[in-house]
Design a protein around this ligand. Structure first.
Ligand SMILES: [Zn+2]
Length: 398
C-alpha cells in the first residue's frame, strides 16, 4: 500500500497513526507571563510510522513553529537521578570505551557540560570541540583544550581528524535525520578510525509503555534500534552496537565510518504497536479527564515536572487550565514561569504546601524515589499518582 515517503529509508510506506492538533511548537520555552505562554506558536502532530524500516516521524512538523533561542531551557541537570545517569555514561565512555588522549567532537553540545566532563575527568587528557548554535558561554576554555563553535557540522572533513563524535538528544529534533548523519559522516572522511555515539529516545519504548507525553512537536524524528541503524547505514556508518539505556527510554548507538555498508531494513512490529497506541491514547485521555474532574473536587491537583513530558501532559489533559492548579519543577530557572500553550504556573516543590495540593501526578517512574524522598523532607503530604503505573487501572483516584 502506498503511503507517505519515509525520510529514513525513502520507501512510500509511512502511515499516520496519531493526530493531535494545536500542540505547542516548542515545549521548553520559558514564558514569564501567562499571556505569553498562551500566545506561543502552535503546531500539529501527525505521527507516522514506516512499515519498511520502523522509523516514526511527524509528517506535519513545521520548523517555523520551533524556537531554540535564549528562552529555550531544557537542562535536566537539576535532577539527581538524571545526573547519576549522565555520570554513568561519562564513566562508561572513559573506562569501558577507553576514551583517553582522544580528540572529541560533540554535535549539539547544549551548555557543553557533557563534553566538559569528558575533557576534565582526572587523567584522561582529552580535548573537545562542541558544535551548537545555541551555546551561550566562553570559548575557548582550559587553555584551548575545550572550544565551542556556534554552528552545526558542515559535512566537510574536519580540519583536524577526531577520534570520537558524540551527539546526544539532537537527531530527534531534525526533520531530515539522514542529512544530519551525512554531515557527521562527511566530517569524518579523514578520521577513518573514529567512533560515533548517538543517544536518542526509543520509540518502541514510548509505544509499548504508552507514554503519551513522549510525542510532541519538537521531537519530529523518533527511532527504533533498527531504523536508527538503517539511517546510519545509508550514510556509510557501520553500526557496531545499539543498547537500550535509562530504563529502556533511550537508544545508545555506536558506529564507525566504513565503505560499502549494506543498508538493512527491519520494521519489527511497528505497525501493530502504533495502531494499539492510538486506540489506547483515545481511551486514556477520556478516562483521565474524567478522573481529574473528580480529583479536582477533592483538592488542588499538581503535576510533577515542567519538562517536555509535563508540558505535553497538561496540554493534553487540561488545555483550559481548569483541573490542574500548577506544575512543580526542581529547576529554579523554570520556577515562576508558565507552561507554553496551556499557561499553567510552574512552582518550586516547597509551594505544594502553600497551595494545599492534594493530588500530585507523576509521569516518569525513574524519578519516583527521589521525589518521594524530597516530599518527605519538605513534610508535604500529597497523594502521589503515577500515571504510568496506573494507566490501566479502571479507577485511578480513590
Ligand atoms: Zn522507512
Amino acid at each position: 500500500m502506498s503511503g507517505l515517503t519515509c525520510p529514513v529509508c525513502g520507501c512510500a510506506a509511512g502511515h499516520t497513526f496519531l493526530r493531535r492538533e494545536r500542540v505547542p511548537g516548542t515545549q521548553n520555552l520559558l514564558s514569564r507571563s501567562q499571556e505569553a505562554a498562551r500566545a506561543v506558536a502552535f503546531g500539529t502532530l501527525d505521527m507516522t510510522a514506516c512499515e519498511e524500516c520502523g522509523f516514526v516521524w511527524n509528517a506535519s512538523f513545521d520548523a517555523s513553529r520551533v524556537r531554540y533561542d535564549q528562552d529555550y531551557e531544557n537542562s535536566q541537570t537539576s535532577s539527581p537521578a538524571f545526573e547519576e545517569y549522565v555520570q554513568g555514561l561519562i564513566d562508561d565512555l572513559i573506562d569501558e570505551q577507553e576514551i583517553r588522549n582522544h580528540r572529541i567532537v560533540e554535535v549539539g553540545c547544549g551548555n557543553g557540560s557533557f563534553l566538559r566532563s569528558l575533557v576534565t575527568a582526572a587523567g584522561v587528557r582529552n580535548t573537545g570541540t562542541g558544535y551548537d548554535p545555541c551555546y551561550r558561554g566562553n570559548s575557548p576554555e582550559l587553555d584551548g583544550r575545550l572550544e565551542f563553535r556556534l554552528e552545526f557540522l558542515s559535512g566537510k572533513p574536519l580540519h583536524e581528524p577526531c577520534d570520537v563524535v558524540v551527539s546526544r538528544h539532537v537527531i530527534e529534533h531534525i526533520p531530515q535525520p539522514v542529512e544530519f548523519l551525512s554531515a557527521i559522516r562527511g566530517s569524518l572522511s579523514n578520521s577513518s578510525e573514529a567512533r560515533v555515539f548517538i543517544e536518542t529516545p526509543n520509540v518502541e519504548w514510548i509505544l509499548r509503555s504508552r507514554t503519551y507525553w513522549d510525542f510532541f512537536h519538537e521531537h519530529c524524528s523518533i527511532f527504533t534500534d533498527a531504523s536508527l541503524t538503517t539511517a546510519c547505514e545509508r550514510v556509510g556508518l557501520a553500526v557496531t552496537d545499539v543498547r537500550h539505556v535509562f530504563g529502556g527510554q533511550y537508544l545508545w548507538l555506536e558506529a564507525t565510518p566504513a565503505e560499502g555498508v549494506e543498508v538493512t531494513r527491519n520494521p519489527g512490529d511497528i505497525s501493530e504497536l502504533a495502531a494499539a497506541f492510538a486506540v489506547a491514547e483515545r481511551d486514556w485521555l477520556e478516562r483521565w479527564r474524567r478522573e481529574l474532574e473528580l480529583a479536582a473536587v477533592e483538592g488542588p491537583v499538581a503535576v510533577w515536572g515542567a519538562g517536555a513530558k509535563g508540558v505535553t501532559l497538561v496540554n493534553l489533559l487540561d488545555p483550559e487550565t481548569r483541573l490542574v492548579q500548577c506544575v512543580v519543577d526542581m529547576n529554579p530557572l523554570k520556577q515562576g514561569g508558565f507552561i507554553p500553550g496551556s499557561g499553567h504556573s510552574i512552582v518550586a516543590p516547597e509551594e505544594l504546601c502553600n497551595r494545599g495540593v492534594h493530588h500530585l501526578l507523576l509521569m516518569n517512574p525513574n524519578y519516583r524515589e527521589e521525589i518521594e524522598d524530597l516530599l518527605t523532607r519538605l513534610e508535604v503530604a500529597v497523594n502521589v499518582i503515577n500515571v504510568t503505573e496506573r494507566a490501566d487501572d479502571p479507577v485511578l483516584i480513590s
